[in-house]
Structure formats: structure tokens, C-alpha cells
Design a protein around this ligand. Structure first.
Ligand SMILES: Nc1ncnc2c1ncn2[C@@H]1O[C@H](COP(=O)(O)OP(=O)(O)OP(=O)(O)O)[C@@H](O)[C@H]1O
Ligand SMILES: [Mg+2]
Length: 280
């Protein structure tokens, strides 16, 4: 249901004051503390942070898969309720995850993988097949691969199939959690460029999650930096990347490899001086 505030209706993702706890009622651990984050319609927003900082937990909560203990999440103005599986999909959200190996069922041919993504739309078979061919073409794959299986494809091609699967329902919000991290370096830029092309063509909103600040800087207009379950810095991606204010953001910037070894050494010395451990 639309809200009464037009500014909020223009947000693809609106997370406010969200806390996430794991564990049993007796032994609960809070891993996300009071996180607020927005993605405007058509905007690409980055969420960066070291391993274990809570990025995937936020993505899962936005997808309605993980319960929140406080706060609220709206996708395209609709409240996400983990008790109702599919509420995020119904609100127009889709996701692409890190591993194109585990996220595609090896027993299903590509046709079935793509059809399953759109099953709740109850489209006629002919329409499903037409969409499948169209999305494969859009992600740069031959539309005739539908009878083949995921194992027959490379990592980069599998990630394209995972992106095609997300595109089957023409999502308005795509949450990409480490979409290139499992791929060979040479393929990472191709997949990043594909995501940018698709966004330009369809005007989708993106939440791009990564520990790779350089990738997020490349893709996103704004970014949020997480550390131990909290947002420690947020702002225009360029500003955060060039003049990081928080020591942990600085550590993430410093962890991105530089082409110039001398510059790399200077940066390491600066990090050592600020006594921040560089993430691996
Ligand atoms: N299902 C779960 N049960 C209990 N603890 C969990 C669960 N999932 C994640 N955690 C813990 O919650 C914290 C945040 O994990 P999360 O996966 O959200 O971090 P992340 O930023 O995505 O890390 P990475 O960069 O390694 O993917 C970590 O301490 C993790 O061990
Ligand atoms: Mg993660």
C-alpha cells in the first residue's frame, strides 16, 4: 500500500532503525544495530564493510528471509514481513548472490530455473518461454541454452544466468550481494558492466553489497560503510572513497589494490600510522 508521504513512495528501499538478532531466545546475539539506509528509485547505492559486519544480514532482512528485532523495512513503499514469504518479491525485489555455483540448482535445466523465478506470476507457458529467451539475450547469453544445465557453464556465465533469473520478473529493486567476488578478475568487470547496462535500460534501483570498495565506487552514486553491525559512514560514493572520514572506511580504501607499488606502500604506511588493521 502506498504511504501518504510522496518522498517515501519514491524510495525503492527504505530501511529504518533495523536491528537483527541471531540465536535462540536465551542466547541472542545482536549483529545489526539500528541501521537506516535508503535507495531512491533508479539509484545505485553501495553497502560496504569487512567480513562479518552484517551486510548479508541486512540484504536477507530486506528480502524478507531474516526477521528483524526492531525497525521497519519498505520495498517500493510496501512493508516487508518475514512471516509472509514472498512479500519482498511481490514488492518488486530480486537478488543476485556471490556464488553462482550454489545459487543455481544443478539438477534443473536453465529453462526450469528461469521459469521457477516467475512461477508466482502464473504466466502462460509461451510467455514464460519468450521472457526466458529475452532475459538470456539481455545478459549476453545465447537464448538457445535453455535445455542445458548450470554445470556446463563457467563462473561468469553462471552469474549471468543468475542475473537473468532475477530479471524474469522485471524487478524494480535488485539487491546484489558480492555479485562479482567469486569470479575471476578478468570476468568481474564484465559482470559489473552488465549490471550497469541493465540498470540503464530498465531504470532499476540497486543495492550493491561488497567488501570491495573500488567496485562499489565504480557502480554506486552513494555508499554506506558498515562496521560491526553499525553504519559508520555514509555519503556520495566519490567523497567516501576519496576522503574517508572513518578509520574503518580508510582501511577498506587501503585494502583495494593500487596499480602503483609506491602508492601502495605509502598507503600501507598511512594505515599503519593510524593503527587500523587492513582487511584481507
Ligand atoms: N544464520 C546465522 N546465525 C547466527 N549468526 C549468523 C548467521 N548469519 C550470520 N551470522 C553472524 O552475523 C554476523 C554478520 O554476518 P553477515 O553474513 O551479515 O556479514 P557480512 O558483512 O555479509 O560478511 P561477509 O563479508 O563475510 O559476507 C557475523 O558475525 C556472522 O557470523
Ligand atoms: Mg555477506
Amino acid at each position: 500500500m502506498p504511504t501518504s508521504d510522496p518522498a517515501l513512495d519514491n524510495l525503492a528501499l527504505d530501511i529504518e532503525g533495523v536491528c537483527i538478532d541471531y540465536g535462540s531466545t536465551k542466547r541472542r546475539t545482536r549483529v545489526v544495530h539500528d541501521v537506516s539506509l535508503t535507495v531512491a528509485a533508479g539509484e545505485t547505492v553501495g553497502l560496504v564493510g569487512e567480513s562479518g559486519s552484517g551486510k548479508t544480514s541486512i540484504a536477507m532482512a530486506a528480502l524478507g528471509v531474516v526477521a528483524t528485532s526492531a525497525g521497519r523495512i519498505l520495498v517500493n513503499g510496501r512493508r516487508i514481513d518475514p512471516a509472509h514469504r514472498g512479500s519482498a518479491v511481490a514488492a518488486g525485489a530480486q537478488a543476485v548472490f556471490q556464488s553462482p555455483y550454489s545459487s543455481l540448482d544443478p539438477a534443473m535445466p536453465i529453462r526450469a530455473i528461469l521459469a521457477e523465478a516467475a512461477v508466482h506470476l502464473r504466466l502462460p507457458r509461451r510467455e514464460v518461454d519468450a521472457r526466458a529467451r529475452a532475459v538470456l539475450d539481455e545478459v549476453g547469453l545465447d537464448p538457445r541454452i535453455t535445455e542445458r544445465y548450470p554445470r556446463e557453464f563457467s563462473g561468469g556465465q553462471r552469474q549471468r544466468i543468475a542475473i537473468a533469473r532475477a530479471m524474469m520478473v522485471r524487478p524494480r529493486l535488485l539487491i546484489a550481494d558480492e555479485p562479482t567476488s567469486a569470479l575471476d578478475l578478468s570476468v568481474q568487470a564484465q559482470v559489473a558492466n552488465l549490471l550497469m547496462d541493465l540498470q540503464e535500460r530498465h531504470g532499476m534501483s540497486y543495492l550493491v553489497i561488497s567488501h570491495d570498495l573500488a567496485l562499489v565506487h565504480h557502480l554506486a552514486a552513494r555508499m554506506y560503510v558498515m562496521h560491526r553491525g553499525r553504519i559508520v559512514e555514509a555519503g556520495p560514493a566519490d567523497e567516501v572513497y576519496r576522503t574517508p572520514q572513518d578509520p574503518y572506511t580508510r582501511a577498506l580504501v587501503d585494502a583495494a589494490p593500487l596499480p602503483d607499488p609506491a602508492a601502495q606502500r605509502r598507503r600501507r604506511a598511512r594505515a599503519a600510522a593510524s593503527q587500523v588493521e587492513l582487511p584481507r
